[in-house]
Design a protein. Structure first.
Lengths: 408, 409
């Protein structure tokens, strides 16, 4: 057995990021994922980094999938999709709510074809509610979830995290829901429709802000406070000798921290002798902490001293530094993948580690329409002539596979 | 059947956030979660908001769990844990790597007691590797994952994201892994061990930065870039008339956006002719876009115009505004829960929506040690006398349940 989802077939008509990330995780666990693209292909094929027209962005999310490209608005294209629904265990889509129904593939139609299938819909705002009809991307959901407002300097324009915290997170939420729905089906309870949204997923991450606002009856209005937490201190990003350093000696670590930085007098200082007071008086505390950091021999030495005393500390690494860190390399948190066109490059590794399947599967990203013939003939019994005719009429499409890639 | 995990038992010795979030998701799906706390309780019982000693932070993550408080260093406490491992389907812990082995509950021991169990360890850096021994919380993993470095103004200290993007995310990763391991077990392949870390989970979110740096052979050095995206433009947070607004008129939406803001000349301007050029010259685009936004009658009107033209746009809501937004309320993205001590409060709702189970289960957060007697009596057959003796010797502990809470039941 190659992995947990061996023998599970997924029909994937998602594009961009959240959907493809969910099915990427399924493929890493051995599922057979049939990625359906529409003419022109998944728009993420145009996202950087691009080399000779091949997108590493696309490759990272779509390794191991079988790619077919068809026109869903043609009767023949729709028939292919319906026939594949009959043969699959999971059907994932991330169009704007209603779009898949207009295509003729709403859950009612899908269930009628295959009552045992698990359909997963991923959207920005969810399938219902006043915002559901709006188009959305990662940062749109982030803004409506009250997340963006919590990142940046107070009174200034919030900053934009330069990575897809929401889309990948939503993909993980979707993969989670699909896993438990599969488990439910395995126990004999049939298929169902699972729904995940960017907004729900982002909002899910509020550990403190929502309950604090609610329980204080609005007296506490959570807002962004720059590089430091509003709730307690020291908790934030401090300027070291050369690099910014994150420090969080919380709760019962405070007295130890004071001793380590040679300021035992601060332990009982009335400005700092409680967690909440340290938060309120953080502007008095920050220069003290930064003074100690900058007085050390080096940032490494400051970090070493704090680590030795089991005080949570971290250098703020750039992406470049993280990718070169021995810990991330050893664990394949960052790992090499190989593409037939792009060659070898680094991407984040599979974050779920199962003792029963310690290795990686060998997964290769497809070219547009690469598996049109294989999928239609093997799964649906289409003849070569019929496939060729669909190609000729533009119902199926594909891109040429570059010679050096085909040679492999 | 009340939900997907009906009849499944989870032994949960996690604390703070990532572990409790994972088991919260399972409790929402009907699992019976036995939360073990050590004397003094989960430290998150002291995190704000606090009212009469009860923590909203703890309540949010621990609803629906049965709470047992015991001393794991006593032989009797350890015996109870081992006896519960024999009776559970899932065992989850989030101590620093090695701690669970020193406690006598490493995977080898656990597997010997119950070969069919799914064990999940959650840690900051993972069970192996040079950093694995370090203590870590959310923002520590974030810093090492190269995520913090991507948030803030380029020439200033990074901004501190004021919510638990990593811990909750890691909890969801753990729940996903447990779900698939349970499926695997259900198909007759037995239990296994899962290693989930904050660092892996955070790093997983790099959709562009890692590959762009790698394929460009270091020519592209991803860095934080303030309020706007460094490689896809225009896209970011703009100042409107009164509030901040995120606008993402990217790729094929750009020409339409130019028409909408009355600047069709920008479409053919060589400085903005494609995404690459717009990214390079985006500093010139920001004042143009902010000028248009601020010239509209109101922020709501600017947003309406962009929405009408299917340009992705959103007001940047405060937490307070998000909690009051009709969409979030209607869908219970923000929902009311009830605690026996705190009363009614709002928290984020369950983000996984299953058509087979559309409602919420009625889940109540426990007091420390509240279910000592119930769990030991029902699952392990301990007599009342034996439980009382363990309580008297401090092997078991509990906090008093406030009178108004006891009356609320």
């Amino acid at each position: 057995m190659k992995h947990i989802l061996e023998g599970i077939r997924v029909l994937d008509i998602t594009q961009f990021l959240a959907g493809p990330a969910a099915t990427r995780m399924l493929v890493e666990m051995g599922a057979e994922v049939i990625k359906v693209e529409f003419p022109g292909g998944d728009p993420s094929r145009l996202f950087p980094y691009l080399k000779d027209g091949r997108s590493a962005y696309y490759v990272q999310q779509n390794r191991g999938k079988k790619a077919i490209c068809l026109d869903p608005k043609s009767p023949e294209g729709l028939e292919i999709l319906k026939s594949l629904i009959a043969k699959c265990d999971i059907f994932v889509e991330n169009f704007a709510p209603g779009a898949v129904t207009r295509l003729g593939l709403g859950y009612d139609a899908v269930k009628a074809i295959n009552p045992n299938i698990i359909m997963c819909s991923i959207s920005a705002f969810g399938q219902t509610g006043p915002l559901s009809s709006l188009p959305g991307f990662d940062f749109i959901g982030q803004a409506y979830a009250g997340v963006t407002s919590m990142i940046g300097e107070p009174g200034k324009t919030p900053v934009l995290p330069q990575l897809a915290l929401g889309d990948i997170g939503t993909g993980v939420h979707a993969a989670t829901a699909i896993g438990f729905a599969l488990f439910h089906r395995e126990r004999g309870h049939g298929g169902q429709h699972v729904e995940v949204s960017l907004l729900d997923s982002y909002f899910h991450h509020h550990d403190a802000n929502v309950q604090v606002w609610s329980l204080s009856k609005g007296a506490i209005k959570p807002t962004r406070t720059g590089s430091h937490s509003y709730a307690t201190a020291p908790l934030g990003i401090f300027q070291g000798k050369e690099i910014p350093i994150l420090l969080m000696p919380l709760l019962n670590m405070w007295p130890k921290f004071c001793r380590v930085i040679g300021r035992p007098d601060l332990i009982d200082d009335p400005r700092f002798n409680e967690s909440g007071k340290r938060g309120q008086n953080r502007n008095d505390l920050i220069p003290i902490v930064e003074g100690w950091l900058q007085a050390q021999e080096s940032d490494e030495e400051a970090i070493r001293i704090l680590e030795e005393n089991r005080l949570p500390v971290a250098p703020i690494l750039s992406v470049e530094q993280a990718c070169q860190h021995p810990h991330l390399i050893e664990r394949e948190t960052v790992r090499w993948i190989e593409d037939r066109a792009l060659g070898r490059f680094l991407a984040p590794g599979m974050p779920l580690r199962f003792s029963a399947f310690p290795g990686h599967l060998d997964l290769v990203a497809p070219f547009l329409g690469e598996h049109n013939s294989a999928v239609l003939s093997e799964y649906l019994g289409y003849s070569k002539e019929r496939i060729a005719a669909l190609h000729a009429r533009g119902i199926l499409a594909s891109e040429p596979i570059p010679a050096h890639a085909a040679a492999q | 059947m009340k939900h997907i995990l009906d009849g499944y038992r989870v032994l949960d010795i996690t604390q703070f956030l990532a572990g409790p979030a994972a088991t919260r998701i399972m409790a929402e799906m009907g699992a019976e979660v036995i939360k073990i706390e050590f004397p003094g309780g989960d430290p998150s019982r002291r995190l704000p908001y606090l009212k009469d000693g009860r923590s909203g932070y703890y309540v949010q993550q621990n609803r629906g769990k049965k709470a047992v408080c015991l001393d794991p260093k006593s032989p009797e406490g350890l015996e109870i844990l081992k006896a519960l491992i024999a009776k559970c389907d899932v065992f989850i812990e989030n101590f620093a790597p090695g701690a669970i082995g020193r406690m006598g509950l490493g995977w080898d021991v656990v597997r010997a007691i119950n070969p069919n169990i799914v064990m999940c360890s959650i840690s900051a850096f993972g069970q192996t590797g040079p950093l694995s021994h370090l203590s870590g919380f959310d923002n520590i993993g974030q810093a090492y994952a190269g995520v913090t470095g991507m948030i803030g103004d380029a020439d200033k200290a990074p901004a501190f994201a004021m919510l638990a993007l990593g811990d909750i995310g890691t909890g969801v990763h753990a729940a996903a892994a447990i779900g698939y391991a349970l499926l695997h077990r259900e198909r007759g392949h037995g239990g296994q061990y899962i290693d989930v870390s904050l660092l892996d989970s955070y790093f997983h979110h790099h959709e562009s930065n890692v590959q762009a740096w790698s394929i460009s052979e270091g020519a592209v050095k991803p860095n934080r870039a303030g309020a706007h995206h460094y490689s896809v433009a225009p896209g970011g947070n703009f100042r409107g008339k009164e509030m901040w607004i995120v606008v993402l008129p990217i790729l094929n939406m750009w020409p339409r956006f130019c028409e909408v803001i009355g600047r069709p000349d920008l479409i053919v301007n060589p400085k903005f002719i494609d995404n690459t050029n717009r990214a390079i010259n985006q500093a010139e685009l920001v004042p143009i876009i902010e000028g248009w936004l601020q010239a509209q009658e109101s922020d709501a009107e600017a947003i309406r115009i962009l929405e009408e033209n299917r340009i992705p746009v959103a007001p940047i809501l405060s937490v307070e505004q998000a909690c009051r937004h009709p969409h979030l309320i209607e869908r219970e993205t923000v929902r009311w829960i009830e605690d026996r001590a705190l009363g009614r409060l709002q928290v984020p709702g369950m983000p996984l929506r299953f058509s087979a189970f559309p409602g919420h289960l009625d889940l109540v957060a426990p007091f420390l040690g509240e279910h000592n007697a119930a769990v030991l009596g029902e699952y392990l057959g301990y007599s009342n006398e034996r439980i009382a003796a363990l309580q008297a010797r401090g092997v078991l502990a509990s906090e008093p349940i406030p009178a108004q809470a006891a009356a609320a039941e």
